[in-house]
Design a protein around this ligand. Structure first.
Ligand code: AMP
Ligand code: FE
Ligand code: FE
Ligand code: ZN
Length: 275
């Protein structure tokens, strides 16, 4: 089994890198991509453990970008080790912009009468504190009754607590991945708010070279549609569960939601061969 989309405690997952490597063994995943948001630290920590466990680990990352004013997630895979240095310097900037946003988000929520501190959020965030950790804290403190309500009432782009952060433009992020020798894949295309078929030519012009056709949020019909779009535009295909652990317990590593995910066994070979 293959799963090229997963998160650890280095971003907003609840499994540590070591626990994720164990879980891959239990689930029968033979090739695992770790794609933490804006950081490689989960991958770095998992690498020696995966080697020891006989698990093939794929180096990945999930970047938050801006496209036509909306947040769009972009996956990067197979970055060349010798060109990773510049890329790591660039993502250090993204991490700084996130920290700055978090300071302002705490201040904004306090204005709205929510009694939280930066330290409390960071304690839930591990390496990379993001809005999901704010949602978790709001839930724990009883300001909301679910993570989703935390987003709807406070944290979503359209909610009263939202504060902006400097996010790279989609094209800029694609270029950074491609310059590092990587494959740039549009994550969970089902979440794109625009007509994907209409905007795909523009994304391909920006250097996008893959589409995440297989994902836990896709129905079989949607997967078929994305496979056809990828073929039509000469894009490679990626896929994975988007496993986050206990915060999204309905999604299982390797098999997705209720077994709805099946990433073809030769997907990684095909990606490598086409690089
Ligand atoms: P951040 O990168 O810290 O701004 O947090 C972004 C993450 O928050 C995304 O990856 C999603 O997991 C989550 N998120 C953003 N908007 C929503 C929403 N409206 N409902 C649920 N989760 C959301
Ligand atoms: Fe996430
Ligand atoms: Fe995502
Ligand atoms: Zn993800």
């Amino acid at each position: 089994m293959i799963d090229l989309h997963s998160h650890t405690t280095a971003s907003d997952g609840t499994f540590s890198p070591a626990q994720l490597v164990d879980e891959a063994g239990r689930a029968g995943v033979r090739i695992l991509g770790i794609t933490d948001h804006d950081t490689f630290s989960g991958y770095d920590e998992a690498l020696p453990l995966a080697r020891a466990a006989g698990l093939e680990l794929v180096c990945g990352i999930e970047l938050s970008t801006k496209l036509h004013g909306h947040s769009v997630h972009l996956l990067g895979y197979f970055l060349s080790p010798d060109r990773l240095g510049d890329f790591r310097t660039w993502i250090a900037d993204l991490q700084a912009s996130r920290r700055d946003r978090n300071v302002r988000l705490v201040a904004r929520l306090r204005e709205l009468g929510v009694n939280i501190t930066l330290e409390e959020v960071q304690a839930r965030g591990g390496g990379m504190t993001g809005r999901p950790h704010f949602a978790q804290l709001l839930l724990e403190k009883g300001y909301v009754s679910s993570m989703q309500q935390a987003f709807d009432d406070y944290l979503d782009e359209s909610a009263k607590g939202y504060v902006t952060r400097r996010e790279p433009q989609f094209a800029e992020a694609v270029q950074h991945i491609r310059n590092a020798g990587g494959i740039a894949s549009l994550a969970h295309p089902i979440r794109i708010r625009e007509d994907i078929a209409a905007i795909l030519p523009e994304l391909c012009d920006a250097g996008l070279n893959a589409l995440e056709a297989y994902h836990s949020d896709h129905s079989p019909e949607q997967t078929a549609f994305y496979l056809q779009l990828a073929a039509q535009h000469g894009l490679k295909v990626t896929g994975g569960s988007d496993f986050h652990g206990a915060v999204k317990p309905e999604i299982r590593l390797g098999t997705g939601r209720g077994g709805n995910l099946r990433v073809p066994e030769d997907l990684v070979e095909r990606l490598r061969a086409s690089k």
